[in-house]
Ligand binder design. Structure first.
Ligand code: GAL
Length: 352
């Protein structure tokens, strides 16, 4: 039989250990419902392997560091990667809420799952900022502490279309390879169901036809924002349509770079390539613009969007009316402007 004193001593140790463990767990993102002196922001990303999203997340980390030293207030950022999986994302949301994060920022995997997340955040009283992947308005309005930070999909599509109108009208002889006066194009679309895929596709074409240009679609398909998938589609279309393709319209830059990869694999000289346009103004895309491979792109302000999220988070955490510190529209939305970029604009580009 073990001596009594020793077992009492062990029990005491266990209790102390349990108390310390509980404190450690709670301090990971603050205790549930607790208000500490540091702002803790939980961020869930739909996929960190997405070029634009990874740039947004890097910008957010950098801005948080700058803001901390500027305002002398501790800000802790927790970032998790949902890896294209809504179930994984729900677990991450639950975990951040259980840990007592003060603000939750969600780059939702599946836009139709937004209502569930709004209800979870509301139940914990944690303000919710969706970004980049836009839930429907009805879900955003479900709770008055739900916000969306993004950029207008229509605007980016219209700007991309305008790039094409400008190129075509200023040098139709060059771009209209067949000389039939009709613009033959292929379209590389982002993920099906994403607001940017649907609206960029629609408004790019609408702007081109509004510009008085007759169009003929040779092919369209999704390449899910992805460079390798885009290269595979374009290789296939180049075999099928060859020089009939006069314009390659891409819902984002990674897919435009995929098109460039596919064309680079052929023996066609660059001056005979179709006109290619994209959206995002990522660093490799700007290099392609400088090299004359990509005719133009549309600047998707990842830093501006990250800054807006941070400003909104700070205002909410400090109990301020966000409408007084950020440009809030309809009580729930912050919109950052897009801007088109061609080779001539490169020197005037703000830092991403
Ligand atoms: C778009 C962006 C794409 C992709 C997508 C992810 O705004 O242009 O490149 O990042 O968001 O949701």
């Amino acid at each position: 039989m073990r001596p009594k004193t020793k077992s009492c001593f062990s029990q005491l140790h266990l209790n102390v250990l349990a108390a310390i463990l509980a404190m450690l767990l709670l301090s990971a993102c603050g205790g549930s419902g607790s208000q500490s002196d540091s702002l803790r922001i939980g961020v869930v990303l739909y996929a960190q392997d997405d070029t634009f999203i990874s740039s947004m997340s890097q910008n957010l980390e950098q801005l948080v560091q700058e803001e901390e030293s500027r305002i002398g207030q501790k800000i802790t950022l927790f970032i998790s990667d949902s890896r294209h999986n809504q179930t994984t994302q729900m677990d991450q949301v639950d975990r951040f809420l259980a840990r007592g994060c003060d603000i939750l920022c969600v780059n939702i995997v599946d836009r139709t799952a937004a209502a569930v997340i709004v209800d979870k955040a509301e139940a914990e009283g944690v303000p919710l900022i969706f970004f980049n992947r836009q839930p429907v308005d009805e879900d955003i309005r479900r709770w008055n502490q739900t916000y969306y930070v993004g950029a207008s999909a229509q605007e980016s599509g219209a700007l991309e279309g305008q790039l094409v109108v400008d190129a075509w009208t200023s040098d139709q002889e060059h771009w209209d390879r067949s000389g039939d006066g009709v613009l033959q194009y292929v379209m590389l679309e982002g993920e099906p169901g994403h607001q940017d895929s649907l609206l960029r596709t629609e408004y790019t074409i609408q702007t081109i036809t509004d510009g008085g240009i007759e169009v003929e679609r040779l092919a369209r398909d999704t390449a899910n924002w992805n460079r390798a998938q885009a290269a595979a589609r374009i290789s296939h279309w180049l075999e099928e349509f060859g020089a009939q393709i006069e314009v390659v319209l891409c819902n984002n830059d990674d897919m435009a770079l995929g098109a460039i990869d596919a064309l680079s694999e052929t023996d066609r000289p660059q001056e005979d390539w179709p006109l290619i346009v994209g959206i995002d103004a990522t660093a490799p895309a700007l290099e392609a613009v400088a090299a004359g491979q990509l005719y133009g792109t549309v600047f998707n302000d990842s830093r501006g969007q990250a800054q807006a999220m941070l400003d909104l988070a700070l205002a909410l955490y400090n109990g301020e009316d966000p409408a007084e510190t950020v440009a809030l529209e309809d009580g729930h939305y912050i919109w950052l402007p897009y801007r088109s970029i061609t080779r001539e604009d490169l020197t005037r580009l703000p830092e991403q």
